[in-house]
Design a protein around this ligand. Sequence first.
Ligand SMILES: *Cc1c(COP(=O)(O)O)cnc(C)c1O
Length: 417
Amino acid sequence: MSSTSTISSTAFDVYAVRAEFPILSRTVHGDVPLVYLDNAATAQKPQCVIDSISRYYQYSNANVHRGGHALGAEATALYEDARATVASFLGAEPNEIIFTRGTTEGINLIAASWSQMVGDSLRGRNIVISGMEHHANIVPWQMVCERTGAELRVIDVRDDGTLDLNHARTIIDEATAFVSIVHVSNTLGVTNDVREICSLARAVGARSLVDGAQAVVHHATDMRHIGCDFYVFSGHKLYGPTGIGVVFGRADVLATMPPYQGGGAMISTVTFERSTYLDAPMRFEAGTPNMEGAIGLAEAIRWFKRIDPSALREHEASLAKRMHADLSSIDGLRILGPTESHVGIVSFVIDGIHANDLGVLLDEQGVAIRVGHHCTMPLMKRFGVSSTARASTAAYTTSEDLDAFSTALFRAIKLLR
Ligand SMILES: *Cc1c(COP(=O)(O)O)cnc(C)c1O
């Protein structure tokens, strides 16, 4: 079966999907057609998501949870419906869903609140992350370690880009208090066995967090199946708006945790002597929330759920296979990470060519890829490079996009060699 026939199969009509994204039909640098392969950085938005945001401002805008009038009630209902939509997407309950600005804020929220709760008891204990974490899942834990005296431990990445689970079994021990791990690497496209890692954490009584920023677009994400205490993601990589993200936290765990920020909307009573707080999730949502973001994200999830998951998976796997095959045929090109993955994220380096130069020459031909360290500097160091070129696909990526990418890449390499 050729990749083309899979992509245009009736189960999944990529051209129909593509037609829903107005930005994909624009040109760049004058009249050069856009080939957007920077989806791991942010995905484009379908018209229905764009419309849901303008509809909110045209008809329903008011502050939420303040009551008192029709629009306030309507906006609150839309915002809370959005929470319920996210909850059902994750196989969770609405009171387990906290809206944040994104993945980064979500991890900071958990790191700050959880570490405040356990406090001084962290001295002599350890927090475990992996060697392929995004900076968002490194720096907040380093800050906790600096403050509390806990030790930061890192699960090794093997030469093939997968995690060394045996090493994980060694370093997750009785002194482990928290394990925080990426589900799908934004740099390597590798999918980690987060279910196994969360069960290792549970076995020693440690809490677990999964960074799902890349995974929510590729996997059925069922919180009970994964068995994590916390799961975080951003709306903007899931065809939704920027400035909105989600923390899933198990209800019984959130119930024990102190607020992250203080302010309006998170309190029950306030006096100058002391304040009392609402229960989760409100306790963790101080101030006026991003209402249009939550509503847009719910629309994006409804849109995403209309796509048959197994057809999408097949589509993405065939794109990934095609990219791996095209890139592997290039002399002096090295792909970082597994040579086989069903996730369309491929990082590569080419002998004697700087990724930045490649990025510029591809951009001139309308092809948008990402070059740099992808917010994973320790992983770059692990593979002995300072930057890579990364191409990443989405539900709307066609085989013609990959044709254009290949052609542009060959041309660029010829010019740079
Ligand atoms: C994008 C990304 C983040 C950070 O997400 P923001 O939306 O920038 O907060 C964290 N982890 C992974 C794996 C990512 O891909």
